[in-house]
Design a protein around this ligand. Sequence first.
Ligand code: GH3
Ligand code: MG
Ligand code: MG
Ligand code: MG
Length: 329
Amino acid sequence: MVKINILVVDDDRDIKLLLESYLKKLEVDRIHFTETAAETYEFLNLKDKNNEAKIDLIILDIILEDEDGIAICKKIKSSETYQEIPVIMVTAQKASKFLKRAFEAGAFDFIKKPINKIEFMARINSAIKLRKEMKKRIKREEELLKISAKLKAVNKKLEKIALQDGLTGLANRRLFDKTLKDELNRAKRNKNSLALIMADIDNFKVYNDTYGHQQGDECLKKVASVLAKNAKRASDFSARYGGEEFAVILADTDKDGAVKVAENIREDIRELEIEHQNSNTDKYVTLSLGVSCIKVKREITEELVNSFIEKADQALYQAKEKGKNRVVY
Ligand code: GH3
Ligand code: MG
Ligand code: MG
Ligand code: MG
């Protein structure tokens, strides 16, 4: 249910009592009273911009001790919190000049004294209805905003998941392809060298055959975390390239730097001592790595990207040929 709170600004005790008795018959939650402009401003707390409206409808006497109602109305209407709240002016003044000024000040309606009960009830009722609709609309809009914020967050999560390898949590091949192209462009712009490491677990088929696919998955996760740990600069990037193959992109890194990182990864994997009794390299799981490095001088084409990967792949192939568990540049 939408709640309606009303403020009556009037300095006449009899009028206050009369209005209170009328308003109590309407669907109103609370009725507040103020007698002067100063008291009204303080009650509404107009100075605070982040104020939440505590009043839904204002019934405002035009003649008060300290300030006239037209000025009060203008001030209320210029506050962010209360600018949409209906203000109904009440006065004994009959002149149409007053009417004009009241509406120009932003009054929603106008009630003449002496107050006619039927007229008063009808006018207040229509203002209440308007305010209720307004509040419902605001609530709907707020709910829509909340839903849209939630959707955005979900979308962001989905986007992230779409670029992530489900098993290891590393970037997937799709993100690798995009990142490599972006990094090549950046390296060209900044005239930096860029390095790529391709890594492949040795004798992994035999590992699966020996320990089962599930333990194979566990091994892949451990290898991935070593890669992530070693690609530790903000500009480093590690991905699962596919199957038991991984890739690391190192921005602003030359051959020696990249070989060092690759060698660290190789050693860290060996030091995990993941038992692999049927391996032909060691009794533990090992990794072969190929490194390529580039200083881009020409346009980044698909051909250039592919040949960069190819170079790392060739180096990896040589590492396998030479007996695995090693880094080749
Ligand atoms: P090499 O030392 O020459 O690299 O030999 P290898 O056995 O490691 O290479 P091969 O390409 O013959 O086999 C790769 C194996 O990796 C076969 C495949 O079942 C396994 N593999 C690929 N993806 C996954 C995965 O997600 N989970 C598990 N458990 N195994 C995988
Ligand atoms: Mg008065
Ligand atoms: Mg392979
Ligand atoms: Mg392999």
